[in-house]
Design a protein around this ligand. Structure first.
Ligand code: PGA
Length: 258
């Protein structure tokens, strides 16, 4: 088996938070606190409205810019949508696709996810593909089937050589912080088990080398006090951080915390 060293990625998913002014202020703080860090990739995902201004703050630094979603079409009659090219145009190099909140609240299907990923790859944008089971699915013992289905359908017809654009984020829906006390982070052991399964699935879908070089990051209540334990696991190559990324100091502690 080939062993390939993967550079970790810590990503801040700001979701539906921050005005342009607030986003610019957070980005400016992060630029200072995180300067000089080169051994890990750092990316922030502000809302669409703040992308252009945040890009001006972080361009040329070690912080990359990403968007939280993109349309599967480049242009046309798709009211309310934003295309990968438009996002690239305002400085994005990363796009989150298939987040569980989009799947749940906006009824995104694996087919839509796949179309979005294919267009992002054609535009040479890096994609974070989110996969993960709900609490009910885990209770029914179906978590691996669910994740395998999301991977095979989401990455359908993606060429092996294009997998360099893909990061997989394992985000168990029950672990994503929502204010509900039932939402707890996955244990490092549970997360590692699923990450290893994701890598195995990728090796079957593509090949071992592709699987070993694909970044698989964890999301779901990652915080300054659990990042070290999660990142110590062999198949966890980074994190997608929601709630704990809103405060720049807290996000910086996660980036520096392993
Ligand atoms: P959380 O969100 O860190 O607030 O749990 C993670 C995510 O949904 O990407």
């Amino acid at each position: 088996m080939v062993k390939i060293k993967i550079k970790p990625l810590i990503a801040a998913n700001w979701k539906l938070n921050k005005t342009v002014e607030e986003a610019v202020d957070s980005a400016a703080k992060l630029k200072i606190i995180l300067q000089g860090i080169k051994d890990r990739d750092i990316a922030i995902f502000p809302p669409f409205t703040a992308l252009e201004e945040v890009d001006k703050v972080i361009r040329g630094t070690n912080i990359m810019l990403g968007a939280q979603d993109a349309c599967w079409e480049e242009k046309g009659a798709f009211t309310g949508e934003v295309s990968p090219m438009m996002l690239k145009d305002v400085g994005c190099s990363y796009i989150i696709i298939g987040h569980s909140e989009r799947r749940e609240y906006f009824k995104e299907t694996d087919e839509m996810v796949n179309k979005k990923i294919r267009l992002c790859i054609a535009d040479e944008l890096n994609v974070i593909l989110c996969v993960g089971e709900t609490l009910e699915q885990r209770k029914a013992g179906k978590q691996k089937d669910v994740v395998e289905g999301m991977l095979t359908k989401g990455l359908k017809n993606i060429k092996r050589e294009d997998m360099k654009f893909i990061t997989v984020a394992y985000e168990p829906v029950w672990a994503i912080s929502s204010g509900d006390p039932m939402h707890k982070p996955a244990t490092a052991k549970d997360a590692q088990e699923m990450h290893a399964f994701i890598r195995k699935t990728l090796s079957i879908m593509f090949d071992d080398k592709t699987a070993q070089s694909t970044r698989i990051i964890y999301g779901g209540s990652m915080k300054p006090d659990n990042v070290k334990e999660l990142m110590a696991k062999k198949d966890i190559n980074g994190g997608l951080v929601g709630g704990a990324s809103l405060d720049p100091e807290s996000f910086a502690r996660i980036v520096k915390g392993f």
